[in-house]
Write a protein that binds this ligand. Structure first.
Ligand SMILES: [Zn+2]
Length: 156
């Protein structure tokens, strides 16, 4: 077994912003102080709160990474099965023409983002009005209100 690692509490600097807790995987973007070893092993405050769970958290974190690695390998294999099979695509010219003629999509984006901004500002944004128009649609037997652009079959 390797030597026990010692930690100091340090201020998180900008270069650590994209690092994460080696014990649990949590990010540091909202944290001011973290525990750091001389060889850059990081531990977050949540893990310091539960010192009796460190080894279990390490095992869970390692298992999570292995799971992601497995999923990435499956994605790579799936992508590789496409080699030699993508033969009949629309032309770039066709795509460009469709891209230039997709006012509905532009309108959709405009309305959508205006709606999001209006929601974030409680409808008080300067030119954002009160968000998008809402219509009722039936989904799986239930009637729900959705923004009108979701109900527009031509939005794409
Ligand atoms: Zn942690």
């Amino acid at each position: 077994m390797d030597a026990i690692i010692k930690f100091d509490l340090v201020l998180r600097n900008d270069s650590m912003r994209c690092d994460s807790c080696d014990v649990c995987g949590a990010g540091f973007w909202e944290v001011g102080v973290i525990a750091k070893s001389p060889d850059n092993v990081f531990v977050c405050g949540k893990c310091l709160k539960h010192p009796d769970e460190i080894d279990a958290r390490l095992e869970q974190h390692a298992a999570d990474i292995e799971q992601r690695a497995t999923e990435l390998m499956q994605s790579a294999q799936k992508i590789r099965t496409l080699i030699g099979r993508i033969q009949t695509l629309p032309s770039f010219k066709e795509w460009r023409a469709a891209e230039n003629d997709c006012k509905t999509l532009e309108q959709y984006c405009e309305i959508y983002w205006d709606g999001v901004r209006a929601e974030e500002c409680d409808g008080e944004g300067p030119a954002w009005g009160n968000g998008p128009e809402v219509v009722a649609v039936t989904v799986a037997g239930d009637e729900i209100d959705v923004p009108a652009y979701f109900a527009d079959p031509h939005r794409f």
